[in-house]
Write a protein that binds this ligand. Structure first.
Ligand code: ADP
Length: 929
């Protein structure tokens, strides 16, 4: 079947036609043949019946008469019928009576006795019938006819049918082979065309030969091809257009890309230029700051030193004016620098751990003197719930506070300036603080308030003339406050004072080292009386005392205080401490103290006196029985330690000064001695630094640049190096790197940068170069003292084997010799004698050593030990003690080594002692001694 399906249409058509034709003929022939068979047989049987009837009729009488002969004659007449093979007449008993048979045929076998009927049998056709006479059966007749004729005719028919079938099939095949072309050719043609279409030749068309379905099919095909060709062309055109467009676009893009590249290059160049110019700008800023600060350094440093010398009142006034003008100039300079940093986007915020109390105390400390000069109250109050351990930029916070407080002090003549810090909101990580600076000064009109916080804006034109200033401070504060996530504002009215407030968002330290409120406080439950006429001060002190869980009460005057003290005593719950303000109307602090101490009932009360920095008479106050004196403005940490100390001293006289009391690092500068190297190219700055260091009891050598510094450090070790950053030949950074390289891991000389660069990142740059600390120019005596305290006394310096701090002279020894005696001449005499005698003792010792005279060496060394111990030359004394020891055991080499060191040490010691005596003399001078 599959094979048939795959045949060509032509063959299929031929086979189908021929097959159908043959089948039709076969059916027709078969029908015809069957019909012939049936009709022949029927005719034959009719003929035989008729014959049997005739023979029966004729033969009946012969049988009835038993005339066998006649019967035989009758039967033999049957020979005329060529089909009859045999005939037998049976009598009534069934016995053959007469018979006929063709030659060679057995009559009885062919025509046996049978019941009447027709029988087809093995190619024969038999018939049996009864012979009747008068309706009575007298015998029967059997006839046998052969069927050859019939079969011969049928064979002929079959042959004819077969012949016709053959001929007609051949004819049909021949004709269909010819005629099927009418159908198959157009189809094959279409198929061939379709094959060409498959090769994308859409131009071919089929040829139509007829208008029948095939013609319609070809028409449809051609039309379809036409459409395909059209579409193909449109497609091709579209494709061509697209290609054109792509070409064009590519050209445009290439153009654009090269244009962009050019622009990018231009931009990069412009960017480089901009960066260059911005770098130049910041370099200019740095240089300008350096250039201005260097002479400022000289002015401030030198006037500072000048003020330390003996001056006439007029000279002192001049020098003080120069100094304060320099300070103002420096503030303005700092403001301008800050402002330019803001302008150039260089201002960045640090995020470091700090204590809020340190910032507040530092600010108060800084401004205390200014406030004291104007004789009004300056105080700070930090609400108890404000967290102390914070993270942020303490420097910037301090700057804003200093600015606002300094303005408050500047624009206030009487009354008070109070800083209040309260908590605005708090989360686990952050706290928002609300800081307010309230003053009782000139105030600002509403209209002027609107203009504030903009660069170079002052409340009115007369401000500058009267108070000075640039109008930059508040603008800078605003930026800083914004950078700290807060806002800033002002309230107030003319002549009613102003309140400048701001908020800051600060992180809380993750793990504060110290608990926010220690569980058991030394002042807990202690009864305390605050006597102050100033309400704000009274309230702040009361708040602070409450924070420490003391039981504090307030009195507004000396008189009230006294009666409260007496009352409490009488009630059996006396006050342990009284905090008294020195300056009060009517009964002042001194009078109150005297009154308390002269009343035995309440004399046991420990007294803390709040004094102002100026005009205080320490001695008188102490004489009045005051345990501790405290300079205003009062810092919280200080107050606490004073109160604790007052409780402990319980009436013993003592003094605690805001400048010297609880912060040990502030005392560090005084009396610290050691050899220090100042690396600085500017001659004036060299002198300023050296003089300051000498004033602080240090011996200083000078190197003019990095190379000289390296050479100096090769020659000897220094306890500390002050390193300028910008220097010719080799700058400070290079020099530091080289020093660190040479030291390796074995040594570490402390190096402190001294730089005029006020730019952000400068400190990091110094630390990165290997420096340990940073001092901004112009250097101030306190700053230098702090640095000395930090580095010379620090373990780092102590550990440094090659650079032992040269504690040649302990000034306290001489101070103690001086004792409470204000007259320094005795001490100065001792120094004088020691310095006169020591060189001759040293030469005597040298001679004894040369002569290997152990006894003389030991004696001289002993004498030197004693006198050196006396004046506090501890290092010198211990070396002498060494020699004394070595002399006993005769170790002359060791003695010689020690003697050499002793000789080396004497010169610095002499200088230090002379510096100390100068200082002692200078201190005595203002008192007119
Ligand atoms: P400067 O004080 O250097 O002029 P500021 O920006 O700090 O610059 O202040 C701008 C102006 O705001 C001041 O000139 C002054 O007119 C006014 N001002 C600032 N603080 C106060 C204050 N506490 N009381 C009155 N006026 C003030």
């Amino acid at each position: 079947m599959q094979t048939f399906r795959n045949l060509s249409i032509r063959k299929k058509l031929a086979i189908i036609n021929t097959g159908v034709n043959a089948l039709a003929l076969l059916l027709a022939g078969g029908g015809f043949f069957a019909y012939e068979l049936v009709t022949s047989r029927s005719t034959m049987s009719k003929d035989l019946l008729t014959l049997a009837e005739m023979v029966g009729t004729h033969i009946a009488p012969t049988l009835a008469l038993a005339d066998r002969k006649d019967a035989q004659v009758t039967l033999s007449m049957l020979s005329v019928n060529e089909h009859i093979l045999a005939a037998v007449l049976y009598d009534s008993a069934g016995q053959p009576f007469a018979s006929y048979a063709r030659p060679g045929v057995n009559a009885l076998a062919e025509a046996p006795l049978r019941a009447p009927g027709l029988y087809f049998d093995q190619g024969d056709f038999d018939l049996a019938r009864e012979v009747l006479v008068d309706g009575k059966r007298i015998g029967s007749l059997s006839l046998c006819s052969d069927m050859h004729v019939l079969y011969a005719r049928l064979e002929l028919y079959a042959a004819m049918v077969a012949g016709m079938l053959l001929i007609s099939t051949a004819l049909a095949f021949f004709l269909s082979a010819r005629l099927q072309r009418v159908i198959s050719r157009p189809i094959s043609h279409l198929a061939a065309i379709a094959r060409r279409v498959a090769t994308r030749d859409y131009s071919v068309r089929a040829v139509k030969e007829s208008d029948d379905e095939l013609g319609a099919l070809i028409d449809g095909f051609n039309e379809m091809m036409g459409q395909i060709a059209e579409r193909d062309q449109a497609l091709q055109e579209g494709h061509d257009q697209l290609e054109d467009r792509v070409h064009e676009r590519t050209r445009e893009l290439t153009h654009e890309i090269s244009w962009r590249k050019r622009t990018e290059e231009d931009l990069a160049k412009a960017c480089d230029a901009a960066l260059d110019s911005s770098r130049l700008k910041s370099e200019f800023l740095a240089n300008m700051s350096h250039e201005i600060r260097t002479p400022m350094n000289a002015i401030l440093g030198m006037t500072g030193i000048l003020l330390d010398t003996e001056l006439t009142a007029e000279q002192r006034e001049f020098a003080e004016t120069v100094h304060s003008s320099g300070d103002i100039l420096l503030t303005i300079l700092n403001d301008i620098l800050d402002f330019s940093k803001i302008e150039s986007g260089k201002l960045t915020m640090e995020v470091i751990d700090f204590e809020l109390s340190d910032v507040v105390d530092g600010v108060i400390d800084l401004l205390a003197e200014r406030a004291a000069k104007k004789q009004f109250e300056l105080a700070a109050f930090v609400a108890p719930d404000v967290p102390n351990h914070l993270r942020g930029d303490p420097g910037r916070l301090r700057q804003v506070l200093v600015n606002l407080l300094a303005n408050g002090i500047k624009f206030t003549d009487r009354g008070e300036v109070i800083l209040t810090i309260v908590k605005e909101s708090e989360t686990d990580e952050e706290v928002v603080l609300h800081c307010a600076v309230r003053d009782t000064g000139i105030g600002i009109s509403e209209e002027a308030q609107r203009r504030l916080f903009q660069p170079f804006m002052q409340a009115d034109g007369s401000t500058t003339r009267k108070y000075g200033g640039t109008g930059l401070g508040l603008a800078i504060c605003k930026v800083l406050v914004h950078m700290m996530g807060g806002t800033i504002g002002v309230q107030g009215a003319p002549r009613q004072g102003s309140t400048f407030w701001f908020t800051v968002r600060l992180e809380k330290q993750i793990a504060p080292q110290v608990a926010e409120s220690p569980p058991a406080h030394p002042l807990e439950g202690i009864r305390l009386l605050i006597v102050d006429d100033n309400e704000t001060n009274r309230n702040i002190l009361h708040h602070q005392a409450a924070k420490w869980r003391a039981r504090a009460d307030r009195a507004v005057s000396g008189r009230e205080g006294l009666s409260m003290l007496r009352h409490a005593q009488a009630a059996g719950d006396p006050y342990r401490i009284a905090v008294i303000d020195m300056h009060m109307p009517e009964m002042d602090g001194l009078m109150l103290a005297e009154a308390i101490k002269s009343d035995p009932a309440i004399a046991a009360t420990a007294l803390v006196m709040l004094t102002s920095l100026v005009n205080r008479d320490t001695e008188t106050i102490r004489a009045a029985g005051v345990a501790v004196q405290l300079s205003k403005p009062v810092k919280e940490s200080q107050l606490l330690s004073c109160l604790v100390r007052a409780m402990r001293t319980d009436g013993e006289g003592g003094e605690l000064d805001a400048r010297t009391a609880p912060a040990p690092q502030r005392t560090g500068g005084e009396g610290i001695v050691g050899r220090v190297l100042v690396v600085e190219d500017n001659a004036v700055n060299q002198r300023v630094a050296v003089l300051m260091l000498r004033g602080l009891g240090c011996r200083a050598d000078v190197a003019a640049n990095g190379l000289e510094a390296l050479a100096a450090l090769e020659r000897r070790a220094y306890g500390l190096v002050f390193m300028d950053c910008q220097m010719p030949e080799m700058d400070g950074y290079q020099a530091t790197r080289e020093i660190r390289r040479r030291e390796g891991d074995t040594r570490h000389t402390s190096i402190v940068a001294m730089t005029a660069h006020a730019l952000e990142g400068e400190r990091e740059k110094c630390l990165e170069a290997g420096m340990d600390d940073y001092l901004s120019k112009p250097i101030k005596k306190q700053g230098v003292a702090d640095v000395l305290a930090r580095w010379i006394a620090s373990p780092a310096a102590g550990e440094s084997a090659a650079a032992p701090p040269e504690q040649a002279l302990d000034p306290t020894a001489l101070e103690s010799l001086r004792g409470s005696d204000a007259d320094p001449s005795g001490v100065l005499d001792i120094v004088h004698v020691y310095l006169e005698e020591t060189p001759s003792l040293l030469s005597q010792l040298g001679e004894a050593v040369d002569a290997r005279d152990a006894g003389a060496a030991s004696r001289t060394a002993h004498a030197l030990t004693g006198s050196s111990d006396q004046v506090g030359a501890a290092g010198f004394a211990s070396r002498c003690r060494e020699i004394e020891g070595f002399a006993g055991s005769g170790e002359w080499d060791a003695i010689e080594g020690s003697l050499e060191q002793l000789n080396d040490q004497f010169e610095p010691l002499r200088e230090e002692m002379q510096a100390l005596s100068r200082r002692i003399r200078a201190e005595a001078a203002p008192h007119g001694l």
